[in-house]
Write a protein of this length. Sequence first.
Length: 128
Amino acid sequence: MSEWTPICRVQDIPVLGSRRVARAQGLDVAVFRNDAGGVFALLDRCPHKGGPLSQGIVFGTSVACPLHNWTIGLCTGQAAEPDEGCTPRFAVKVEDEQVFLQSAELASHATDLTRPIAGPQCKEKVSA
């Protein structure tokens, strides 16, 4: 039997928007709500360059990444063609207007993924 973690009320997620759920380990989870009342959850990381999907525009059952406008399916996490890639999705349950995420997934799913570091990196220590 799966254990579920209460996240928020459906009304706490803006229509055509999202909320971020922080985790003890790993990147945040973005919980989205579309205009038909659907609730979806994905890792808050675009598969392209790691953009924060929680800041994207929700339309239908997709979200547009705010960095490069990739379209990511909210049901699957899959990028729309011609783009390729996938972001992990999380199981969502809505009961009595309360949104739940599966506890085991929150604790362990995709915890090894990180956001890419932007800009040049210096591998050598510079002495003053």
